[in-house]
Design a protein around this ligand. Structure first.
Ligand code: NAD
Length: 249
């Protein structure tokens, strides 16, 4: 219960789903967490749920100003970061024929540009020996109709983990990506307009998973804890898939 005792963590998209479960787990393990998200009301709920050792900073990862403000707060309150989880992301299923510039820019701005600058701007605060976890997706290695843009963003994220592992090796900072399979979070609801469609989507994903079900956010949080803690002290540059086998068989 103390794998992150005294550690400072920043989790983008920590107000919901996988990020929220990760924030809860990190605090249980002794960390102080900063969470971000776009909606203040969601952040307030998350802070109440986490209960202690948490600061919420509202902001959009695709905005440089918002990221600067986030790290100003972290620097003022704690002075450094031990673990960064760059987790914010969106999915907007769209088939190739229907892809617009707005769809492309919107997805890449958050999932790729936002993640890149989340990490770049954190670097002066990240302690040598720290851990950076990038939330990718098994969609990066699968062909899923309608997920072309999303999958491409996640392939970029997985690629960043390789390059940054080498660029940060002198500081002993480990960079890894974490690729969930389908997980039951609000991102599922965001992809459909009726409850019936949401249920259909979840059922079709569950069918594609060898373990026969969706993952739970807590199961991804356990993997994030592994990558954040000394349990993974010799693990760098990997993509850790937590997907019930979906992309493995
Ligand atoms: P979610 O919708 O519950 O959480 C997404 C989080 O990202 C929210 O906190 C939201 O506020 C935040 N966010 C979105 N856009 C943002 C922006 N512009 N600026 C700041 N924050 C922003 O979904 P989730 O399933 O918990 O997703 C978390 C991550 O996991 C995402 O990167 C997603 O792509 C990835 N992922 C999810 C699944 C899944 O099936 N749930 C599978 C693979 C990968």
């Amino acid at each position: 219960m103390n794998k992150l005792q005294g550690k400072i963590a920043v989790i983008t998209g920590g107000s919901s789903g996988i990020g929220l479960a990760t924030a809860q787990r990190f605090v249980e393990e002794g960390a102080y967490v900063f969470i971000t998200g776009r909606r203040q009301a969601e952040l307030d709920k998350a802070v109440a749920l986490i209960g202690r050792n948490v600061t919420a900073v509202q902001g959009d990862v695709s905005s440089s100003e918002d990221l600067n403000r986030l790290y100003e707060v972290v620097e003022r309150e704690k002075g450094c970061i031990d673990v960064l989880v760059a987790n914010s992301g969106i999915v907007d299923p769209t088939y190739l024929n229907d892809i617009s510039v707005e769809h492309y820019d919107g997805t890449f701005d958050i999932n790729v540009k936002g993640l890149l600058f989340t990490v770049q701007k954190a670097l002066p605060l990240i302690r040598d020996g720290g851990s950076i976890i990038l939330t990718a997706s098994i969609a990066a290695t699968k062909g899923i109709p309608g997920y072309g843009t999303y999958s491409a963003t996640k392939a970029a994220v997985r690629s960043f983990a390789r390059t940054w592992t080498l660029e940060l090796q002198d500081r002993g900072i480990r960079v890894n990506s974490l690729s969930p399979g389908p997980v039951d979070t609000p991102i599922m609801e965001s992809q459909a307009s009726t409850q019936e469609q949401v249920d259909q989507l979840k059922a079709s994903f569950a069918k594609a998973v060898p373990l026969g079900r969706l993952g739970r956010p807590e199961e991804i949080a356990s993997a994030a804890l592994f990558l954040a803690s000394d349990d993974s002290s010799f693990v760098a540059g990997i993509d850790l898939c937590v997907d019930g086998g979906m992309a493995q068989v």
